[in-house]
Design a binder for this molecule. Structure first.
Ligand SMILES: Cc1cc2nc3c(=O)[nH]c(=O)nc-3n(C[C@H](O)[C@H](O)[C@H](O)COP(=O)(O)OP(=O)(O)OC[C@H]3O[C@@H](n4cnc5c(N)ncnc54)[C@H](O)[C@@H]3O)c2cc1C
Length: 443
């Protein structure tokens, strides 16, 4: 169940392995957290997941296999950084900040990367020191590690940008696991050489649409799974609409908080249930603001901006490859999504545009279009970019994240060992779940 990247990859592998497959999808579309919208005048724009980057071997292989292509994110010119009272324009990776703060940021990143390396991505709960890391929030870890207030503020912006959550929300073990699963913090935050390096031509939802085309009428849209009866010999998967599918095995490819809404009969073992009770989703409102042209480029700006004093803390150039229209994509993440969501839409739009004017000047005042998506308002996502674990959860219940239970198999990006939280992790989890099922069907 679930026609996101994970469920679709699993279904395709299963079909290729000779299994008969039905994919039950709650929404009236495929893609889940990956979704294309339309720019004024046509042309796709992503309102969900979009970037891919080096090291994301599974999603890159998928893109190639499906006959799709990528193009580089615009990364020329100077980036804007606002930390504390200062504003700087810089090129390369590191904003211009005072040397003491710079050394603090470098030292904290070094320690985070070291912790991440010690936490093997396949089973972080086994790592030496896992219990100690899991007994604290990432905020506590940062408070103990970063020496300067500005250094800590920098890592708050990074946490919001990477997890769409606050450092107080999540376990330090989850943060270390996630960084390790991507191969280090630089890989997560960089454009060139990192997770934001490339975009999928035609929009990232084409990955899901192309997979769905191969699966054809095996996918049943508008079928929210509400209950699963399971026993040794098989499953009966029921939807609110009354449809029921009987099968030998089920792959549950939905985010953990959505799996927690399904009624399992018999009840799942306590470890699994306790785990998913401790895995909330992040919160993000993604905004694409469209202009007649990418005017910031002529001013020598890359369109990339970060701030610890504006709600729109992260901005990138999201212009299509032919350079028109100009698009800035920004994110209200974590606590900023909380505040943004409580505003009237017109007020929220005004705040977002004001932040863009603050970054890029008065030309940002009059966009052609404003396209936003609040993922916490989506019944079948309940937040984004992904789920994370609260303190204590991963060290106590971690193995329950992926371990099959009788005929039930778990997929979804949160169950990945590499690039968890990303489309790449979703693809990894789909391949792994299909392999588990095929192995058991053949044995
Ligand atoms: C704003 C935003 C920006 C992001 N940026 C990036 C990025 O740049 N790069 C990147 O790699 N990743 C990014 N991500 C994350 C990426 O989109 C996800 O990691 C990935 O799409 C998850 O795929 P999945 O298949 O694991 O889960 P999902 O996409 O959530 O798929 C789950 C599917 O299950 C369905 N479902 C849920 N409940 C039920 C039910 N009861 N019955 C039946 N079906 C159900 C859902 O409708 C959905 O289709 C971003 C996400 C968002 C929202």
């Amino acid at each position: 169940m679930g026609a996101g990247v994970a469920g679709l990859v699993a279904a395709r592998d299963l079909v290729r392995g000779g299994a008969e497959v039905v994919v039950l999808e709650a929404r009236e579309r495929v893609g889940g957290r990956v979704l294309n919208d339309e720019l004024p005048g046509g042309g796709p724009i992503e309102v969900g997941g979009q970037w891919v980057g080096p090291g994301q071997h599974r999603v890159l292989a998928l893109i190639e296999e499906l006959g799709l292509s990528t193009y580089p994110t615009y990364d020329d010119g100077r980036h804007i950084a606002e930390f504390g009272a200062s504003r700087s324009l810089y090129t390369g990776r590191i904003p211009k900040v005072n040397p003491v703060v710079l050394a603090d940021i470098a030292q904290t990143q070094l320690r985070l990367d070291r912790a991440a390396r010690q936490v093997a991505a396949a089973d972080p709960w086994r790592a030496k020191g896992a219990g100690e890391l899991d007994a604290q929030t990432f905020a506590t870890w940062l408070r103990r590690t970063a020496r300067t207030a500005r250094g800590r503020r920098f890592f708050r912006v990074v946490t919001e940008g990477v997890f769409s959550a606050e450092p107080e929300d999540m376990s330090a073990l989850w943060a270390a696991f996630y960084v390790g699963a991507a191969g280090g913090l630089d890989a997560l935050i960089n454009v060139t050489g990192g997770a934001q390096q490339d975009r999928v031509t035609g929009g990232s939802q084409r990955i899901a649409l192309a997979l769905a085309e191969e699966l054809g009428d095996r996918i049943v849209l508008g079928s929210a799974v509400t209950e699963i009866e399971w026993q040794g010999s098989g499953v009966r998967v029921g939807t609110g609409g009354g449809t029921a599918v009987r099968a030998r095995r089920a792959v549950i490819a939905v985010p953990p908080p959505l799996a927690a809404r399904i009624r399992f009969s018999p009840t799942l073992p306590g470890d699994r249930d306790q785990l998913v009770q401790r895995m909330p989703m992040g919160r993000v409102i993604k905004v694409n603001v469209v202009y007649d042209e990418p005017f910031w480029r002529r001013a020598g700006l890359s369109g990339q901006a970060n701030s610890d004093r504006r709600p729109l803390g992260t901005v990138f150039d999201n212009t299509p490859p032919d350079g028109s229209p100009g698009v800035l994509v920004g994110f209200l993440e974590g606590r900023h999504a909380d505040t943004g969501a409580r505003m009237e839409p017109a007020d929220r739009r005004r705040h977002v545009i004001n932040d863009l004017v603050g970054y890029f000047g008065p030309r940002a005042r009059d966009p052609l279009a404003y396209i936003e998506r609040d993922w916490a308002e989506e019944e079948y996502s309940r937040g984004c970019y992904g789920a994370f674990t609260a303190p204590g959860a991963l060290s106590r219940f971690g193995p329950a994240l992926r371990a099959p239970i009788g005929p039930l198999h778990w997929a979804g990006t949160e169950t990945a060992t590499r690039w968890a939280g990303y489309m790449d992790g979703a693809a990894e989890s789909g391949h792994r779940a299909a392999e588990e099922v095929l192995r058991r069907l053949l044995s």
